[in-house]
Ligand binder design. Structure first.
Ligand SMILES: Nc1nc2c(ncn2[C@@H]2O[C@H](COP(=O)(O)OP(=O)(O)OP(=O)(O)O)[C@@H](O)[C@H]2O)c(=O)[nH]1
Ligand SMILES: [Mg+2]
Length: 440
């Protein structure tokens, strides 16, 4: 069976999701902005006007009158419970559930999604008969205002059902209060009822006094601005995310470099201390070996000598003491640098043997020849150096540091990949060239 070809905008969307995912994995707090960018850069998307406000304030009815036919259901109760959308003359109108009664419910989520994610223009509706704005309305308006300042998205504050007030004087009072509560917004005073009466009865004065034609004009201009507003918003968002990612890459690079630097310094200090102590014990051992007279240590003791102090025993003791002293001095350097226990994989059931000194130096008795080979000849010292360095690199602190370094490098890579993904997202964004406007 032949598969039907996928729509190009579907592919575009999939690619956007993929690249966004790469950015979000590094900047999870930007997930919403990336979703918004997906919409902003979709050239096929119509301008979106969303109505928001508390329930029963006349939102759905206002949209119906603005559109000119009944597209959304209106009732004298909590009516709109989920987002509904209607396309009319090149604009997508979104009717959101009333924000309030059940704060934090799915309805509110829908309303918030429509407000923050999907809309280009927000009509914030408040019924005049309710008097002043309540705290939740003021908070939302403030956020919408700062969003507008930052990203250029437009919000119109609409005072609905003005016919419900007993007099113009009363209306002025309410309008003044609301104007002082939300000074950043111009107020649009409307009455859907008056407008309907004006349309049905052909009464131009009622039409004019409904405020709806004036609002339609303002909206028309706002809709015309949508394509360029989207470009500006997208560029701002891309810019913000880019600088955040660039900063993150820099911070992560600094951290990774700092850890690498620490790794190098630690190693240099260890190499220096080790070399110094090996040079010192080589001199000490050499002095021990440079004694005149025969080497009695090789003379075996007879059975009869077992409780006597023989020259052989004395010499072997002297060598043993010198050897132990050298080992203690080397061990002090190892301990200073965190090298004492063997790595886990090398440990035995005999705890006392699980230490690096024992592993490198062995436990057998040393004679002059051995001491010379171990401490004074270059091959012996090179062997000790390479063994101690190996155990140094296997010590738990060093392994932990190496793990942190690879994690830090991974974090740098992730942030750099996110920057590349962001570039791809921006390059692929066709909406960044302005296209023509629509009409209401
Ligand atoms: N008098 C008068 N009543 C209006 C006006 N606008 C809306 N109404 C009435 O107010 C009630 C609520 O209107 P809706 O448009 O359903 O209100 P809503 O804000 O969409 O309400 P929810 O969907 O529940 O959030 C309905 O009975 C409308 O007929 C108006 O301008 N004047
Ligand atoms: Mg409604």
């Amino acid at each position: 069976m032949m598969q039907s070809p996928r729509r190009p905008d579907h592919d575009q969307h999939q690619k956007h999701l993929q690249d966004s995912g790469v950015v979000i994995s590094v900047l999870p707090a930007r997930a919403h902005d990336l979703a918004r960018l997906g919409l902003l850069t979709d050239r096929t998307r119509l301008p979106v006007v969303t109505v928001i406000g508390k329930y029963n304030h006349g939102k759905s009815r206002l949209l119906n009158e603005l559109i000119g036919h009944i597209a959304f259901s209106v009732a004298d109760k909590r009516e709109t419970v989920e987002l509904s959308s209607h396309v009319h003359q090149g604009v997508r109108w979104l009717d959101a559930p009333g924000l309030d009664a059940d704060v934090g419910t799915v309805d509110d989520e829908h309303a918030l999604q429509a407000t923050w994610l999907e809309s280009d223009i927000r009509l914030f509706v408040h019924a005049a008969k309710e008097g002043e704005l309540d705290a939740s309305e003021r908070t939302l308006l403030e956020s919408l205002h700062s969003d507008g300042l930052r990203y250029g998205r437009q919000t119109l504050l609409v005072l609905t059902q003005i016919d419900q007030l007993s007099s113009d004087d009363q209306l002025r009072k309410v309008a003044d209060i609301i104007g002082s509560q939300a000074p950043a917004f111009g107020l649009h005073l409307v009455s859907s009822t008056r407008y309907r009466q004006g349309v049905d009865g052909g009464k131009s004065l009622l039409l004019e006094r409904s405020g709806i034609p004036a609002l339609q004009q303002v909206l028309q201009r706002a809709v015309e601005r949508v394509p360029s507003a989207r470009v500006e918003e997208a560029q701002l968002l891309f810019g913000e995310i880019r600088s955040e990612l660039t900063q993150l890459v820099d911070e992560r690079l600094v951290r990774a470099e700092g850890l690498r630097e620490l790794q190098t310094q630690q190693r240099q200090r260890f190499d220096f201390d080790l070399l110094t102590v090996l040079e010192k014990v080589a001199l000490d051992i050499q002095a021990l070996l440079d004694v005149p007279g025969p080497d009695h240590s090789l003379t075996p003791d007879s059975f009869a000598d077992q409780f006597k102090m023989t020259p052989g025993k004395l010499e072997r003791n002297r060598l043993q003491v010198g050897y132990s002293k050298a080992c203690i001095e080397i061990n002090a350097v190892l301990i200073k640098h965190g090298v004492s226990e063997l790595p886990q994989a090398q440990r035995t059931s005999v705890g006392s043997l699980d230490n690096v000194m024992v592993a490198v130096m062995g436990v057998y008795v040393k004679y002059r020849k051995d001491l010379k080979q171990i401490f004074c000849e270059e091959a012996g010292r090179a062997r000790m150096r390479s063994e101690f360095v190996r155990y140094f690199e296997l010590s738990s602190d060093r392994v932990e540091l190496a793990t942190s370094i690879s994690a830090a490098c991974g974090a740098v890579d992730a942030a750099q990949r996110a920057l590349v993904a962001l570039d791809v997202l921006e390059e692929r964004a066709p909406a960044l060239e302005t296209s023509g406007g629509s009409t209401v």
